[in-house]
Design a protein around this ligand. Structure first.
Ligand code: F0G
Length: 350
């Protein structure tokens, strides 16, 4: 039977009732791509086995679909008619898609001017009520937390435990794809800290070994690294522009229990890894998604991680087409020439 999504695939590990009607877009089963050129660049001669978990290939272009199939499935099972979330864009697009599929109304609160174009376009296409707030993600999250106390709507941010249940299937897949064992290092970007918490839950539950966890935050939005709420988070990686993560405590647990590391990487280093992924390995991601790679590169350079004969998985959380604006801004502009063979030959040989 072909792949039918993460709930179907990992049903025995998920606490759904037996008769639940699954809402799925056949998410999951994303490739674990070997990245030997990048490995050699960040750890020359060390025999680092580096893999990229390309979560941008999920149905709505980000890792959020794993958790959203679970949250929307459960919302429908509980009779919910409306779902709501605050989002930097990817949760919103995912919620909008799964809600559309289930026939639910979906409200998404996004920070005005700080959501990448591909995410906004998708939310609008899926027919969500897109509410652009004059405030940050964190303020939006406060608003949705408050509204669900007053109105019969279901919150589908990662505070919702079903989101983590679905999301943890990422760990199961990585282990299955590595032939039944966990990597030495599991590297990923950290924003609201749902993903790091879910991956750790998954590794513990699967019982096939545990990695050490390396989380990367953008320097301008690094509350877990500094131990302080960031009132005005800033970063070009808008997906992780978050100052007060909802799953902060669980993230600390994952870091503590795995003997992990959380580190801040500058926007310049995020962009450097973003370029390397595309130009060295042919893998195009949105900037935030390169933060795990940037963190790994940085920690190897600092001597905090010994890459020798290690296996590392970097989770690439969102597709490059999510943020076409940054991609075009960062690139050399296209070459203009007349529609003429001589001009082309001249260019090719100059
Ligand atoms: N990478 C991308 C592309 C994201 O969209 C997010 C979070 C993260 C990493 C961080 O994951 O929050 O679980 O620590 N995006 C959320 C959103 C906040 O609203 O789409 P996290």
């Amino acid at each position: 039977m072909s792949w039918q999504g993460v709930i179907h695939q990992y049903r025995d590990y998920l606490p759904f009732d037996a008769d639940v009607q699954i809402v799925t877009l056949n998410e999951g089963n994303t490739p674990l791509v070997a990245a030997p050129r990048l490995a050699e660049l960040i750890a020359p001669g060390a025999n680092l086995r580096l893999f990229l978990k390309y979560e941008g290939l999920n149905p709505t272009g980000s890792f959020k679909d794993r958790g959203m199939t679970a949250a929307i499935t459960q919302a429908v099972a509980e009779g919910s008619k409306t779902v709501i979330c605050a989002s930097t864009g990817n949760t919103a697009a995912s919620a909008a898609a799964y809600a559309a599929r289930a026939g639910l109304r979906c409200l998404v609160l996004v920070p005005e001017g700080k959501i990448a174009l591909g995410k906004l376009a998708a939310c609008l296409a899926y027919g969500a009520d897109v509410i652009s707030i004059d405030g940050s993600f964190d303020e939006g999250l406060d608003m949705v937390r408050a509204i669900v106390e007053r109105q019969p709507v279901t919150l589908v941010n990662s505070i919702n435990p079903w989101r983590l249940e679905g999301q943890k299937t990422g760990s199961f897949e990585i282990i299955d794809q590595l032939g039944g064992q966990a990597p030495d290092w599991h590297c990923l970007p950290v924003g609201n800290a749902g993903n790091i918490s879910a991956y750790w839950m998954g590794y513990k539950q699967y019982g096939k070994g545990l990695p050490r966890v390396l989380g990367g935050q953008a320097t301008g939005s690094a509350p877990i690294v500094t131990g302080k709420v960031v009132e005005k988070p800033e970063t070009l990686a808008t997906a992780i522009r978050i100052g007060n993560p909802a799953r902060w405590r669980q993230a600390l647990e994952a870091l503590d229990e795995s003997d992990g590391i959380i580190t801040a990487v500058t926007d310049e280093k995020i962009l450097e890894s973003w370029h390397l992924l595309a130009k060295r390995e042919g893998v195009f991601v949105e900037p935030a998604s390169a933060t795990g790679v940037a963190a790994l590169k940085q920690q190897i350079e600092r001597g905090a991680i010994d890459p020798t004969n290690k296996t590392a998985v970097c989770v690439l959380t969102g597709h490059g087409l999510k943020d076409p604006g940054t991609a075009v801004d960062q690139a050399t502009p296209p070459i203009s020439m007349p529609a003429d063979i001589d001009a082309l030959e001249n260019y090719l040989t100059s």
